[in-house]
Design a protein around this ligand. Structure first.
Ligand code: NIG
Ligand code: FE
Length: 411
């Protein structure tokens, strides 16, 4: 069955030939077709163009998109949306003056979520997490990366990754799984980091690889968490099992972590609220995608990733939510795009490139996702009637989405 979307006011992110990402000044260009059509069959895009070249309407389901914008679904390359319970008490503690670091140092933060995760059954974690997955699909996300990292035990990490696998089996959205055993040191390993890293490498990784539960490996490379050397051990171990690295780095401090990530061919480096000129230099001419998480900066009041410095240095930039119970209890990519424009001074064109094709790159799926290209997945958003696509970030709290198609199906 073919579906034909006609009279589209503007079809965004149209790429005739394949590109895997956009960088630097190219990010300001968002190719589009005004008064367009889009033709899909089963789960794929098979044609698009100007309305006056659309002649065959037979045997097709027709959707009239008059006055509406069509764009690829969001590619959210960084989330922790599988978790148990919430951390709203820490939210109030921060309002009352405690910092994220102070909360973590008294046993809260990631260790708080880890305790809850290990006390909750796999079925219950699945039931809590699927609601978040369903919510982000309604908000226009068509592909998402989900991390483990609240288990911090062999059983807990496997449990999380099995939940991610089950979500991938039961929902049409594309899901990439990342193993984040190196998210924090459990209390019993505080004084013996090497023993916890041994546990990750010798116990967790082989079982995860055996059950094919992860596509990527991650670590929280940060002062007080995993050092550069410790993260390098994790990246090397992951590589042995074919897991490329996607690393949390430069969230609070710059300790030459980005250089180590680039050296190990990390697919992405994520957060980057603090960036030195040296960090920018090592990212140049690498295949590593910088990923900014503006909802995290917003929610815990830390600096925003310096998008203008990165882009004017010629680098690419992706945008993602960081959906997690501590620093970002939101998986709304529309808010991410708006916040990138409002707070990071990205143009709407740059922000949409960052949240589609560059997000796809940051999870290794730009062959199939992130643009309107023949042969790619039929993943797209049809908006409500809009004056122009600039209203997507401008009307920053309105729900502007009318329909979301994932793999050719309206969800
Ligand atoms: O990306 N910074 C490390 N990890 C998460 C937060 C984890 C948590 O607080 O639960 C992040 O912000
Ligand atoms: Fe994160």
């Amino acid at each position: 069955m073919q579906t034909l979307i006609i009279n589209i006011k503007e079809l965004l992110q149209v790429r005739e030939t394949h590109i895997d990402k956009v960088s630097g000044a190219e990010m300001a260009i968002l190719p589009s077709i005004k008064n367009a059509f889009l033709l899909i069959e089963n789960d794929s895009i098979i044609d698009f163009g100007e309305m006056n070249n659309c002649t065959n309407f037979d045997n097709k389901k027709i959707i009239d998109a008059k006055g509406k914008i069509v764009l690829p679904t969001w590619c959210d390359s960084h989330t922790h949306l599988v978790y148990a319970g919430n951390r709203e008490q820490e939210f109030v503690d921060r309002i009352n003056g405690l910092s994220y670091e102070e909360i973590a140092n008294r046993g809260g933060g990631i260790l708080n979520s880890s305790k809850k995760l290990n006390e909750t059954s796999e079925e219950e974690i699945y039931n809590q997490s699927k609601l978040r997955l369903e919510e982000i699909m309604q908000q226009g996300t068509g592909a998402v990366e989900i991390k483990s990292g609240y288990g911090l035990t062999v059983d807990g990490e496997l449990k999380m990754l099995r939940v991610i696998k089950k979500l991938a089996q039961n929902y049409p959205i594309t899901i990439k799984a990342t193993f984040l055993g190196a998210h924090a040191f459990p209390l019993e390993y505080r004084e013996n980091h090497a023993a916890y890293i041994d546990l990750i490498i010798n116990e967790m990784l082989p079982q995860i690889a055996e059950e094919k539960l992860a596509d990527y490996i991650d670590a929280f490379l940060e002062t007080g968490y995993f050092s550069v050397e410790e993260t390098e051990r994790i990246m090397l171990a992951g590589k042995k099992y074919g897991l490329l690295a996607k690393i949390h780095v430069n969230q609070f401090t710059a300790i030459n972590g980005i250089e180590a990530c680039v050296k190990h061919n990390a697919l992405s480096v994520d957060h980057l609220e603090i960036v030195t000129d040296e960090d920018i230099k090592v990212l140049k001419n690498s295949g590593t995608m910088p990923v900014a998480l503006p909802s995290c900066s917003y929610f815990i009041s830390i600096p925003y990733t310096p998008a203008r410095r990165l882009i004017s240095a010629g680098l690419p930039l992706a945008l993602a939510t960081d959906f997690n119970p501590g620093t970002t209890p939101s998986g709304n990519m529309n808010f991410v795009v708006a916040t990138a424009c409002i707070k990071m001074k990205m143009t709407p064109e740059e922000a949409i490139n960052a949240a589609t094709i560059n997000g796809a790159y940051a999870m290794g799926i730009s062959q199939t996702h992130g643009s309107i290209t023949k042969g790619k997945k039929a993943n797209f958003i049809i908006t409500k009637p809009l004056n122009s696509f600039y209203e997507i970030p401008y009307l920053f709290t309105s729900n502007l989405i009318e329909k979301v198609f994932i793999n050719g199906n309206c969800i």
